[in-house]
Ligand binder design. Structure first.
Ligand code: MN3
Length: 193
């Protein structure tokens, strides 16, 4: 399969002042592109993967019967590609509130504010590079957790709803070591809540 880099449906400066233009530009055109190119190269090297979507590959990444080097290349770069596709699509300059999701969050966490607090704490405490996730697990329940590096919830049978990038490249130019401030501001550009 020939993978494509989804274009943003907003400008690089559209998330200012919460996420700055330079961060968005480098993140999308360099980091995201880089993951995609390396993923493409790994997939092109294995005939059996050629008909599969990126999501299928990540879902089955531990059962593909490929060498450990290839498995890690698929996991890291395929995860990087798919995780960023979601991340850039769930943000925007205008809210598109998901009323049904909000209702479900209220049932599960008591209130949207309580959910945000828990999610922010998880994201703030995560050690090293990774992502914070809201997912639907195998039985359809909402779950919030963090995963290291570019690991995808798809590989554990969970369906991602939205994600927050907590790699330093996502915030360092503007926020340096102030990850909690980045997280707090990110809620402003998450479309759904
Ligand atoms: Mn990133």
């Amino acid at each position: 399969m020939k993978f494509e880099l989804p274009q943003l449906n907003y400008e690089y400066n559209a998330l200012e002042p919460y996420i700055d233009e330079m961060t968005m530009r480098v993140h999308h055109s360099k980091h995201h592109q880089g993951y995609m190119d390396k993923f493409q190269a790994a997939v092109d090297g294995v005939d059996a993967l050629k008909g599969m979507t990126a999501e299928e590959i990540l879902t089955k990444v531990d059962r593909l019967g490929v060498t450990e080097d290839v498995r890690m290349a698929l996991k890291n770069n395929g995860g990087g590609y798919v995780n960023h596709n979601l991340f850039f699509s769930v943000m925007g300059p205008e809210k598109q509130v998901d009323v049904k999701l909000k209702k479900e969050i209220k049932v599960r966490w008591g209130s949207v504010d309580k959910f945000k607090e828990e999610f922010s704490t998880l994201a703030g405490k995560h050690f090293g590079s990774g992502w914070a996730w809201l997912v639907r697990d195998g039985s359809g329940e909402l779950q919030a957790y963090t995963l290291a590096n570019q690991e995808s919830p798809l590989s554990r049978g969970h369906k991602p709803i939205f994600n927050l990038d907590i790699w330093e490249h996502a915030y360092y130019l503007k926020y340096q070591n102030r990850r909690p401030e980045y997280i707090e501001n990110w809620w402003q550009v998450l479309k759904f809540l």
